[in-house]
Design a protein around this ligand. Structure first.
Ligand code: AMP
Length: 285
Protein backbone atom coordinates (compact mmCIF):
# COMPACT_ATOMS: atom_id res chain seq x y z
CA UNK A 1 0.00 0.00 0.00
CA UNK A 2 1.42 3.38 -0.99
CA UNK A 3 0.62 6.23 1.38
CA UNK A 4 -0.89 9.38 -0.14
CA UNK A 5 -0.89 12.51 2.05
CA UNK A 6 -4.11 14.51 1.74
CA UNK A 7 -5.24 17.79 3.38
CA UNK A 8 -7.28 17.02 6.51
CA UNK A 9 -9.27 20.27 6.36
CA UNK A 10 -9.35 23.69 4.76
CA UNK A 11 -10.08 24.87 1.23
CA UNK A 12 -8.58 21.92 -0.62
CA UNK A 13 -9.94 19.03 1.47
CA UNK A 14 -13.44 18.79 -0.04
CA UNK A 15 -12.27 19.26 -3.64
CA UNK A 16 -9.63 16.55 -3.17
CA UNK A 17 -12.20 14.05 -1.88
CA UNK A 18 -14.58 14.87 -4.73
CA UNK A 19 -11.85 14.38 -7.34
CA UNK A 20 -10.78 11.08 -5.80
CA UNK A 21 -14.40 9.84 -5.66
CA UNK A 22 -14.97 10.87 -9.30
CA UNK A 23 -11.83 8.92 -10.18
CA UNK A 24 -13.21 5.76 -8.55
CA UNK A 25 -10.98 6.15 -5.48
CA UNK A 26 -13.41 6.41 -2.60
CA UNK A 27 -11.95 7.48 0.72
CA UNK A 28 -13.12 4.81 3.16
CA UNK A 29 -12.43 6.10 6.67
CA UNK A 30 -13.54 4.39 9.90
CA UNK A 31 -14.75 7.72 11.28
CA UNK A 32 -14.83 11.42 10.37
CA UNK A 33 -11.87 11.99 12.64
CA UNK A 34 -9.76 9.06 11.39
CA UNK A 35 -6.22 10.07 10.44
CA UNK A 36 -5.89 7.35 7.81
CA UNK A 37 -8.27 5.69 5.37
CA UNK A 38 -8.25 3.10 2.63
CA UNK A 39 -8.15 4.85 -0.75
CA UNK A 40 -9.70 2.86 -3.58
CA UNK A 41 -8.36 -0.31 -1.95
CA UNK A 42 -4.89 0.26 -3.46
CA UNK A 43 -3.57 3.25 -1.54
CA UNK A 44 -3.68 4.41 2.05
CA UNK A 45 -4.70 8.04 2.58
CA UNK A 46 -3.11 9.89 5.50
CA UNK A 47 -4.81 13.12 6.53
CA UNK A 48 -2.47 15.91 7.59
CA UNK A 49 -2.25 19.70 7.41
CA UNK A 50 -1.82 20.97 3.86
CA UNK A 51 1.31 22.89 5.02
CA UNK A 52 2.96 19.67 6.24
CA UNK A 53 2.37 17.64 3.08
CA UNK A 54 5.55 18.78 1.20
CA UNK A 55 7.70 17.70 4.20
CA UNK A 56 5.92 14.33 4.56
CA UNK A 57 6.40 13.52 0.88
CA UNK A 58 10.00 14.80 0.70
CA UNK A 59 10.91 12.76 3.79
CA UNK A 60 9.31 9.59 2.36
CA UNK A 61 6.58 9.34 5.02
CA UNK A 62 4.14 9.36 2.09
CA UNK A 63 4.80 8.29 -1.52
CA UNK A 64 2.78 11.19 -2.90
CA UNK A 65 0.58 14.02 -1.72
CA UNK A 66 -1.94 16.62 -2.80
CA UNK A 67 -1.47 20.19 -1.67
CA UNK A 68 -1.16 23.79 -2.87
CA UNK A 69 1.78 24.63 -5.15
CA UNK A 70 2.40 27.74 -3.02
CA UNK A 71 3.05 25.47 -0.01
CA UNK A 72 5.32 23.19 -2.06
CA UNK A 73 7.40 26.18 -3.23
CA UNK A 74 7.49 27.67 0.27
CA UNK A 75 8.83 24.36 1.65
CA UNK A 76 11.88 24.62 -0.66
CA UNK A 77 11.99 20.78 -0.73
CA UNK A 78 12.94 18.78 -3.82
CA UNK A 79 9.54 17.58 -5.08
CA UNK A 80 8.16 16.63 -8.47
CA UNK A 81 4.81 17.86 -9.68
CA UNK A 82 2.93 14.93 -11.25
CA UNK A 83 -0.29 16.79 -12.06
CA UNK A 84 -1.99 20.17 -11.81
CA UNK A 85 -5.43 19.43 -10.34
CA UNK A 86 -6.76 22.87 -11.42
CA UNK A 87 -8.73 23.64 -8.26
CA UNK A 88 -7.56 25.78 -5.34
CA UNK A 89 -6.43 28.36 -7.89
CA UNK A 90 -5.00 31.45 -6.23
CA UNK A 91 -2.19 33.99 -6.55
CA UNK A 92 0.41 35.02 -4.00
CA UNK A 93 0.45 38.80 -4.24
CA UNK A 94 2.05 41.85 -2.69
CA UNK A 95 -0.51 44.31 -1.32
CA UNK A 96 -0.46 47.72 0.34
CA UNK A 97 -3.03 49.77 2.24
CA UNK A 98 -5.47 51.61 0.02
CA UNK A 99 -4.89 55.33 0.34
CA UNK A 100 -1.20 54.83 1.13
CA UNK A 101 -0.33 56.21 -2.32
CA UNK A 102 1.25 52.90 -3.36
CA UNK A 103 0.21 51.62 -6.79
CA UNK A 104 3.27 49.50 -7.63
CA UNK A 105 6.40 48.10 -6.00
CA UNK A 106 8.34 51.13 -7.24
CA UNK A 107 6.21 53.34 -4.99
CA UNK A 108 7.36 51.41 -1.89
CA UNK A 109 10.19 53.45 -0.35
CA UNK A 110 13.25 52.21 1.56
CA UNK A 111 13.25 48.80 3.23
CA UNK A 112 9.58 48.00 3.90
CA UNK A 113 8.35 45.62 6.60
CA UNK A 114 6.46 42.73 4.91
CA UNK A 115 3.95 40.63 6.86
CA UNK A 116 3.47 37.14 5.44
CA UNK A 117 2.76 33.47 6.05
CA UNK A 118 5.24 32.76 3.20
CA UNK A 119 8.61 34.08 4.45
CA UNK A 120 10.81 32.05 2.07
CA UNK A 121 8.89 32.89 -1.10
CA UNK A 122 8.69 36.52 0.01
CA UNK A 123 12.43 36.74 0.72
CA UNK A 124 13.26 35.18 -2.66
CA UNK A 125 10.82 37.45 -4.50
CA UNK A 126 12.24 40.67 -3.06
CA UNK A 127 15.84 39.44 -3.39
CA UNK A 128 15.35 38.81 -7.11
CA UNK A 129 13.75 42.26 -7.41
CA UNK A 130 16.90 43.69 -5.73
CA UNK A 131 14.89 45.05 -2.80
CA UNK A 132 15.81 44.94 0.86
CA UNK A 133 12.87 44.08 3.14
CA UNK A 134 12.28 43.22 6.78
CA UNK A 135 10.14 40.10 7.11
CA UNK A 136 7.33 40.05 9.66
CA UNK A 137 6.36 36.35 9.75
CA UNK A 138 2.78 35.67 10.87
CA UNK A 139 0.83 32.42 10.99
CA UNK A 140 -2.36 33.87 9.46
CA UNK A 141 -4.46 37.01 8.89
CA UNK A 142 -1.53 38.94 7.41
CA UNK A 143 -4.09 41.41 5.97
CA UNK A 144 -4.46 43.13 9.32
CA UNK A 145 -0.74 43.86 9.77
CA UNK A 146 -0.54 47.16 7.79
CA UNK A 147 -3.57 48.50 9.68
CA UNK A 148 -1.91 47.68 13.01
CA UNK A 149 1.28 49.47 11.97
CA UNK A 150 3.42 46.31 12.30
CA UNK A 151 4.05 46.06 8.54
CA UNK A 152 4.06 48.38 5.53
CA UNK A 153 2.95 45.79 2.99
CA UNK A 154 1.78 42.15 2.96
CA UNK A 155 2.40 39.10 0.81
CA UNK A 156 -0.72 36.93 0.90
CA UNK A 157 -2.88 34.57 -1.13
CA UNK A 158 -5.75 35.96 -3.16
CA UNK A 159 -8.49 33.94 -4.76
CA UNK A 160 -11.55 36.09 -5.47
CA UNK A 161 -9.95 39.27 -4.08
CA UNK A 162 -12.81 39.93 -1.67
CA UNK A 163 -10.67 39.55 1.48
CA UNK A 164 -8.25 42.20 0.14
CA UNK A 165 -11.13 44.57 -0.68
CA UNK A 166 -12.82 44.09 2.71
CA UNK A 167 -9.50 44.84 4.41
CA UNK A 168 -8.84 47.94 2.25
CA UNK A 169 -5.75 46.48 0.62
CA UNK A 170 -4.63 47.02 -2.96
CA UNK A 171 -2.63 44.49 -5.00
CA UNK A 172 0.65 45.95 -6.21
CA UNK A 173 2.52 42.88 -7.53
CA UNK A 174 2.34 39.12 -8.11
CA UNK A 175 4.79 36.69 -6.53
CA UNK A 176 3.39 33.48 -8.05
CA UNK A 177 0.29 31.64 -9.22
CA UNK A 178 -0.81 28.46 -7.52
CA UNK A 179 -3.34 25.61 -7.57
CA UNK A 180 -3.57 22.15 -6.04
CA UNK A 181 -0.97 19.69 -7.34
CA UNK A 182 -0.24 15.98 -7.04
CA UNK A 183 3.38 15.78 -5.88
CA UNK A 184 5.96 13.05 -5.28
CA UNK A 185 9.60 12.89 -4.28
CA UNK A 186 11.82 12.61 -7.38
CA UNK A 187 12.98 9.02 -7.98
CA UNK A 188 16.73 8.30 -8.37
CA UNK A 189 16.43 8.24 -12.19
CA UNK A 190 13.55 10.72 -12.38
CA UNK A 191 11.06 7.89 -12.98
CA UNK A 192 7.61 7.76 -11.38
CA UNK A 193 6.58 4.43 -9.76
CA UNK A 194 3.88 2.77 -11.95
CA UNK A 195 1.10 2.92 -9.30
CA UNK A 196 1.65 6.68 -8.91
CA UNK A 197 1.63 7.18 -12.67
CA UNK A 198 -1.66 5.24 -12.83
CA UNK A 199 -3.09 7.41 -10.05
CA UNK A 200 -1.98 10.55 -11.87
CA UNK A 201 -3.46 9.31 -15.19
CA UNK A 202 -6.79 8.47 -13.50
CA UNK A 203 -7.05 11.92 -11.90
CA UNK A 204 -6.00 13.61 -15.15
CA UNK A 205 -8.70 11.81 -17.16
CA UNK A 206 -11.37 13.09 -14.75
CA UNK A 207 -10.00 16.67 -14.73
CA UNK A 208 -9.83 16.69 -18.53
CA UNK A 209 -13.47 15.50 -18.76
CA UNK A 210 -14.79 18.13 -16.34
CA UNK A 211 -14.70 21.03 -18.77
CA UNK A 212 -16.09 18.99 -21.69
CA UNK A 213 -19.48 17.72 -22.87
CA UNK A 214 -20.39 14.95 -25.32
CA UNK A 215 -22.74 16.18 -28.04
CA UNK A 216 -24.84 13.88 -30.22
CA UNK A 217 -27.15 15.03 -33.01
CA UNK A 218 -28.77 13.78 -36.20
CA UNK A 219 -27.87 16.04 -39.11
CA UNK A 220 -28.74 16.02 -42.83
CA UNK A 221 -25.97 14.12 -44.65
CA UNK A 222 -25.66 17.02 -47.12
CA UNK A 223 -24.53 19.38 -44.32
CA UNK A 224 -21.61 17.21 -43.08
CA UNK A 225 -18.90 19.54 -44.35
CA UNK A 226 -20.43 22.48 -42.50
CA UNK A 227 -21.10 20.32 -39.41
CA UNK A 228 -17.37 19.52 -39.24
CA UNK A 229 -16.67 23.25 -38.94
CA UNK A 230 -18.99 23.74 -35.96
CA UNK A 231 -18.26 20.37 -34.28
CA UNK A 232 -14.50 19.86 -34.48
CA UNK A 233 -14.32 17.31 -31.61
CA UNK A 234 -11.02 15.71 -30.71
CA UNK A 235 -10.39 14.29 -34.20
CA UNK A 236 -13.44 15.62 -36.04
CA UNK A 237 -16.90 14.26 -35.19
CA UNK A 238 -17.71 10.55 -35.27
CA UNK A 239 -20.24 10.00 -38.08
CA UNK A 240 -22.67 7.06 -37.79
CA UNK A 241 -25.18 5.87 -40.38
CA UNK A 242 -28.87 5.89 -39.43
CA UNK A 243 -31.39 3.34 -40.71
CA UNK A 244 -33.67 6.03 -42.14
CA UNK A 245 -32.94 5.80 -45.82
CA UNK A 246 -29.70 7.76 -45.67
CA UNK A 247 -30.94 11.36 -45.53
CA UNK A 248 -29.52 11.92 -42.02
CA UNK A 249 -26.45 10.73 -40.12
CA UNK A 250 -25.67 10.82 -36.39
CA UNK A 251 -22.67 12.93 -35.39
CA UNK A 252 -20.97 12.64 -32.00
CA UNK A 253 -18.22 14.92 -30.68
CA UNK A 254 -16.53 16.19 -27.52
CA UNK A 255 -17.06 19.93 -27.11
CA UNK A 256 -15.72 22.39 -24.52
CA UNK A 257 -18.47 23.14 -22.01
CA UNK A 258 -18.09 26.88 -22.60
CA UNK A 259 -18.86 26.36 -26.32
CA UNK A 260 -22.00 24.21 -25.87
CA UNK A 261 -24.52 27.02 -26.20
CA UNK A 262 -23.03 28.23 -29.49
CA UNK A 263 -22.51 24.70 -30.81
CA UNK A 264 -26.18 23.78 -30.31
CA UNK A 265 -27.36 26.97 -32.06
CA UNK A 266 -25.01 26.29 -34.97
CA UNK A 267 -26.15 22.67 -35.29
CA UNK A 268 -29.82 23.67 -35.18
CA UNK A 269 -29.18 26.22 -37.92
CA UNK A 270 -27.82 23.36 -40.06
CA UNK A 271 -31.04 21.36 -39.53
CA UNK A 272 -29.87 19.13 -36.68
CA UNK A 273 -32.48 17.06 -34.83
CA UNK A 274 -32.41 15.01 -31.63
CA UNK A 275 -29.56 16.98 -30.07
CA UNK A 276 -28.28 15.28 -26.90
CA UNK A 277 -25.63 16.70 -24.55
CA UNK A 278 -24.15 14.58 -21.76
CA UNK A 279 -21.41 14.89 -19.17
CA UNK A 280 -18.23 12.85 -19.61
CA UNK A 281 -16.78 10.95 -16.65
CA UNK A 282 -13.28 10.44 -18.03
CA UNK A 283 -11.41 11.46 -21.12
CA UNK A 284 -8.20 9.83 -22.29
CA UNK A 285 -7.32 11.16 -25.72
P1 AMP B 1 -10.35 35.64 -1.36
O1 AMP B 1 -11.14 36.54 -0.46
O2 AMP B 1 -11.24 34.70 -2.16
O3 AMP B 1 -9.39 36.39 -2.25
O4 AMP B 1 -9.48 34.66 -0.46
C1 AMP B 1 -8.47 35.20 0.30
C2 AMP B 1 -8.28 34.46 1.61
O5 AMP B 1 -8.36 33.06 1.44
C3 AMP B 1 -6.91 34.72 2.17
O6 AMP B 1 -7.02 34.70 3.57
C4 AMP B 1 -6.08 33.57 1.68
O7 AMP B 1 -5.05 33.27 2.60
C5 AMP B 1 -7.07 32.46 1.55
N1 AMP B 1 -6.91 31.67 0.33
C6 AMP B 1 -7.35 31.98 -0.91
N2 AMP B 1 -7.08 31.01 -1.80
C7 AMP B 1 -6.46 30.05 -1.12
C8 AMP B 1 -5.93 28.77 -1.47
N3 AMP B 1 -6.00 28.30 -2.73
N4 AMP B 1 -5.35 28.03 -0.50
C9 AMP B 1 -5.30 28.49 0.76
N5 AMP B 1 -5.76 29.69 1.16
C10 AMP B 1 -6.35 30.46 0.25
Amino acid sequence: MLKIALPNKGRLADDVRELLADSGLDVRARSDRALTASLGGEFEAIFVRAQDIPEFVADGAAAAGITGWDLVCESERQLTQLLDLEFGACRLVVAAREGAGIASLDDVRGAPRVATVFPRLTRRFFESAGRVVTLVPVSGAAEIAPHLGIADIVVDLVSTGSTMRVNSLREIGTVMESSARLIAAPGPDGSVPPPLQELSDALESVIRARGKRYVMANVPRATLDRVRAVLPGLNGPTVIDLLNGGTHVAVHAVVPQCAIYRTISNLRALGAEGVLVTRIERLMP
